[in-house]
Design a protein around this ligand. Sequence first.
Ligand code: FES
Ligand SMILES: [Fe+2]
Length: 448
Amino acid sequence: MNYSKMIDNERGLISREIFSDKDIFEEELERVFTRAWLFVGHESQIPNPGDFFTSRMGTESVILTRDKKNKIHVFHNSCRHRGMKVCQYDHGNTQLFTCPYHSWSFTTEGKLFGVPQYKGLYEEHLNKDEWSLIEVAQIYNYKGTIWATWDKDAPDFLTYLGEAKTHLDLALDCRDGREGGSEVLMGVHKWIIPCNWKVAAENFLGDTYHNVSHRSVDLVGIGPSAEAGVKGRRDNELEFAKHLWVNFPGGHGVHSAIVPEDSPFVNTFQNNPVVADYFQYCHDERKRRMGEQARLMPFVGTIFPNASFHGRQPRSICVWHPHGPEKTEAWRFFLVDKDAPQEVKDFMRRYYMRYSGPAGMTEQDDMENWNYATAGSRGPIARRYPYNYMQSLGTALPPGEGPVAGNVSLQVSEENPRQFYRAWRNYMNEESWDVLADKAPAQKGQGN
Ligand code: FES
Ligand SMILES: [Fe+2]
């Protein structure tokens, strides 16, 4: 495959094939998903020893678990005997993962523990220590979010994240400016859509241009204070802000904003004084703690390759799990401050569901677009014609001149997706980690 030809950032052209071709998809699994750091889950989902949550890395099932000594692990959810899933449940608590096929069992540390008829059938040949569950090469707990990679040579997670950290922090930190402190609100919304995973990941790089497709939810007013007559689908705290589209080495991209100095609290929770008071307090406290830094507010972002986030409302992490070139399993982990009052959590839960997830009105608008954009990439005629990624070509600020670190654009721009696909091309060309981190020029691709 000539991936360099498929991504032409000089002219802003990207091949439709990368969104529907089966062979490209298979290579992505090997070249992107076995190397990159992937979001697996949140520590609040496994608070006690023996707790587990089954997740995915690429197309493969994995178990996120906390062992007896409170150490968090991520294991391949596949028996070392014949591959059956050793964990059949979405989440729970266990002493042992017992395979339903022939009953081999594994501890929460991944060790092979029980083998039926071990003495008579295996003792001479099978060393149990050599048949543990397969464990990821690296794992990192970042402010409660758990990330993992199968590549022992990958840089550590914080190096991988780079300056995108500042923006991810804005989603993960408490609303009052304290570091960390989030939890996943109840269960995870999971659903399958007929769309290529990159279409969704790209949208979250800051596709502000598609706002028009949410016109109906804006008109209806599904925002937190819909009943108070406030139109729109979320609060309008960024109305007077300077918007930034920023990308980073490795393909991460965000849309954040800097609000004017002394921006007042925007109260969009008028219907519920407890919630309004909570967010008013958080606004003031965040400003007190962070000073000038509090002016930087998050909107959306994607950490390469498939973990996206909504930083304010509906505050969440969205993962786009690949199933096939035209099939993606979307997972939404809604976040709240762990120590927020229950009434705030309940209110946010209802708003989140109105907005996002399979029944969320805004998410439905997006899916309608993504699904057909994928189908429209498939046909023999379609594949002859590339997609247009020319928006705001060449208008990113020179390095170091933006108000935040990274490659910054101050106007609506497709620079973030161009850089996302440049990173994707580097992975697909099996470049070294130095190239992936932009520390060395690409060997096989174009430089742009
Ligand atoms: S496949 Fe698990 S015990 Fe045989
Ligand atoms: Fe959208």
